[in-house]
Design a binder for this molecule. Structure first.
Ligand code: FES
Ligand code: FES
Length: 155
């Protein structure tokens, strides 16, 4: 056990935890931010994707020790009013079905736009293809990412 503090969505969360504990547990159980989901637990599905210093990471396989002293962003902290270009596009295209994978999808798309404001099809595919949606919303995800790119360009 160790005393450490995680900075999540610009707020400090002190906790006594095993430094090897997955970041996902800290986010959900200690910070009570349950928008980030547990899917596979082995870095295969992307449901647990959050940002660390703006980079998308799979929090189910990232130890809390790898996130201390860094800035963690979850779906709850992506924007103040759900008005991030990706969130706007997701609402316009009504992407979610069950919704379970969607925070991972949105956080991944947001990381893509941050790094590549005008991504190529290959870049979109490289970012988005590894995130699994059991409901098969891939067509709407693709449309929404295109719309998010448009919104992002106008912003
Ligand atoms: S829960 Fe982390 S990748 Fe599936
Ligand atoms: S919307 Fe149901 S798993 Fe993606």
């Amino acid at each position: 056990m160790a005393s450490l503090t995680l900075r999540i969505n610009n707020k400090d969360y002190p906790m006594e935890v095993d430094p090897q504990m997955p970041l996902l547990w800290a986010i959900r159980d200690f910070a009570q931010l349950t928008g980030t989901k547990f899917g596979c637990g082995i870095s295969q599905c992307g449901a647990c994707t959050v940002h660390i210093d703006g980079e998308p990471v799979r929090s189910c396989v990232t130890p809390v020790s790898g996130a201390t002293g860094k800035s963690i962003t979850t779906i709850e902290g992506l924007s103040a009013d759900n008005d991030h270009p990706v969130q706007q596009a997701w609402q316009e295209e009504q992407v979610p079905q069950c919704g379970y994978c969607q925070s991972g999808q949105i956080m991944t798309a947001a990381a893509l736009l941050r790094k590549h404001p005008q991504p190529s099809e290959e870049q979109v595919s490289a970012y988005m293809s590894p995130i699994i949606c059991r409901c098969g919303t891939y067509v709407r995800i693709k449309k929404a990412v295109s719309k998010a790119i448009e919104i992002n360009q106008k912003a």
